[in-house]
Design a protein around this ligand. Structure first.
Ligand code: G1P
Length: 304
């Protein structure tokens, strides 16, 4: 590949921790995993999967629990449905169903028996990942971008540096308690080596307002560190704490990606993402804009 002259091998494996209970979205998530909630015309998980495939990943590892059959079913081949669509000559729909997992991409499912935290979920991927750099994508963080997806931008950076890369964005200081927060050496506006990382610090304790977004490219050395990581913030085994260990011996860069991140772990984030993707949709955009305008006009009239 052009430009891939030094640094590390291209990241091939993407890990998706999807074992969360999604209690914020009850009652919908009583039967539908939150990763299956739709944003316009695709379930949330599909956006993260498409981003990973665009970045060059061909092995997708889903860390699930015993309640998440719907996620595995979704990525399974739907023979009967495909046959029906084929017979009915519905080529477009057939392509949509088949492209859930394009040819050459494989999905692996690993069960996380106990919800012990994000760090523990990532550790569950160790037997599949082995000893190569890998990506972690938290599907709740939906990243919309006009050009290259966030993970592709990060994979390009990782290939240049040979180190680990973590996506970051600025957040208001009052919100540091919701994120991993990093301090960097020599941040050049887009990237900089992380010197410190803390999980969910209070605004007073936060080393900066640069927050971790759910995209990581990690050196496999993280697994040995996760094996011995103790419970941290919220009583959970935190990925952030293992990364804090990793950066004492290896380069871990913070990377400010181009794109807009929606926190689909919250109601407002889900609404915001739906609005954005509807307005950006090649077929629905104009109609969506009109109906949003109508809704605003009507509701405005009612309220006044
Ligand atoms: C996780 C990480 C946190 C990161 C966040 C991004 O937290 O632990 O460091 O900033 O994702 O979405 P969670 O939101 O799962 O509590």
């Amino acid at each position: 590949m052009i430009g891939a002259t030094h640094g590390q091998q291209r990241v091939r494996i993407a890990v998706f921790p999807v074992a969360g209970l999604g209690t914020r979205f009850l009652p919908a998530t009583k039967t539908v995993p939150k990763e299956m909630l739709p944003i316009v015309d695709k379930p949330l998980i599909q956006y993260a999967v498409d981003e990973a495939i665009e970045a060059g990943c061909d092995t997708l590892v889903f860390i699930t629990n015993r309640y998440k059959h719907a996620v595995a079913d979704y990525f399974d081949k739907a023979y009967e449905l495909e046959q029906k669509l084929e017979r009915a000559g519905k080529a477009e729909q057939l392509a949509l169903v088949r492209n859930v997992l394009p040819e050459g991409v494989r999905a692996v499912f690993v069960t996380q028996a106990e919800a012990l935290g994000l760090g523990h979920a990532v550790l569950c991927a160790k037997p599949v990942v082995g000893s190569e750099p890998f990506a972690v994508l938290l599907p709740d963080d939906l990243i919309w971008s006009r050009g290259d997806g966030a993970l592709k931008q990060m994979a390009d950076h990782a290939q240049r540096t040979g180190g680990s890369v973590i996506a970051v964005q600025d957040v208001p200081r009052a919100q540091t308690g919701s994120y991993g927060i990093v301090a960097t050496d020599s941040f050049d506006g887009q990237a900089g080596r992380i010197s410190q990382i803390v999980e969910k610090p209070t605004p007073a304790d936060a080393p900066s307002n640069l927050a971790v977004v759910g995209r990581y490219i990690l050196n496999p050395a993280i697994f040995d560190l996760l094996e011995t990581t103790q419970q941290g913030a919220g009583g959970e085994i935190q990925l952030t704490d293992a990364i804090a260990q990793l950066l004492t011996s290896q380069q871990v860069d913070a990377f400010r990606f181009h794109g807009t991140r929606f926190d689909c772990g919250t109601h407002l984030g889900l609404i915001e993402a739906t609005v954005r993707y509807a307005l950006d949709h090649e077929l629905l955009s104009d109609a969506a804009r009109k109906l949003m305008q109508n809704a605003l006009d009507e509701m405005g009239v009612v309220e006044n």
